[in-house]
Design a protein around this ligand. Structure first.
Ligand SMILES: Nc1ncnc2c1ncn2[C@@H]1O[C@H](COP(=O)(O)OP(=O)(O)OP(=O)(O)O)[C@@H](O)[C@H]1O
Ligand SMILES: [Mg+2]
Length: 224
């Protein structure tokens, strides 16, 4: 592996089902992502983008192929090790936010840190919260927030532990263009500060144009 490669996939496949109804969500993906780079993932709905991010984060296991994150081969981790690995290394912004309904905004944001038995860097997290305009919502429950506010909580949660890799599934899909620009600015700023690697799914060509590299997926394959 090239020294500066932080994420590597080889022959990655994810098939759902069997026979005639089989879906080849990923069908042979190879990639090498350099540390500190901002990569945009584009492609039509159903092309396999979320599936790819789920595999890279270890949230789901591939049908075939291998993934290396830093020096760690994901297939060698059991599910408990994979969970700990994810909490420490990866900030994941889910397409459907995945907030915990019974926890407040603040509790949601620091949850991965608490689960890992770490102390949150409150000053840093408050900076993120202020930049995302969530300071008045810290005690609220997720179901009392708008879609865009919930999305911003999901973004704050992913950034709170200063992970080395941020995997974001359409993080600005529900935001107006001003807030969306702010979020991209925030991601670029923290990634520069902490040398973070970002992979972001987007349908927005203007956001893709800001990336260092664009990966285009169709029918489970990378197309040039
Ligand atoms: N759990 C599952 N069981 C069966 N098929 C699945 C499952 N998850 C995803 N798929 C299928 O895999 C393909 C890729 O889905 P994926 O969610 O990766 O698409 P996507 O590119 O993220 O689309 P979108 O832009 O709409 O979010 C789709 O055809 C989808 O129906
Ligand atoms: Mg998706």
């Amino acid at each position: 592996m090239i020294n500066n490669t932080v994420l590597q996939a080889r022959g990655l496949k994810k098939y759902y089902g069997k026979g005639e109804t089989q879906v080849r969500a990923l069908d042979g993906v190879d990639l090498d992502i350099e540390r500190g780079k901002f990569t945009a993932i584009i492609g039509t709905s159903g092309s396999g983008k979320s599936t790819l991010l789920n595999m890279l984060s270890g949230l789901d296991t591939p049908t075939e192929g291998s993934i290396r994150v830093g020096e760690t081969e994901l297939a060698t981790l059991n599910s408990e090790q994979a969970t700990i690995f994810r909490r420490r290394q990866i900030g994941f912004i889910f397409q459907n936010y995945n907030l915990v309904p019974v926890l407040s905004v603040w509790e949601n944001i620091i949850l991965p840190i608490s689960l890992d038995g770490q102390k949150p860097d409150k000053k840093f997290i408050m900076e993120i919260i202020n930049l995302l305009g969530l300071e008045k919502k810290l005690d609220s429950l997720p179901n009392t927030l708008s879609g865009g506010q919930q999305q911003r909580v999901a973004i704050a949660r992913a950034l709170a532990s200063k992970p080395s890799i941020i995997l974001a599934d359409e993080p600005t899909g529900n935001l107006d263009s001003k807030t969306s620009d702010d979020v991209i600015g925030l991601l670029k700023m923290t990634s520069r500060e902490f040398n973070q690697t970002i992979m972001m799914i987007t349908h927005n060509p203007e956001i893709a144009a800001l990336a260092d590299c664009v990966i285009h997926i169709e029918d489970g394959r990378i197309v040039e």
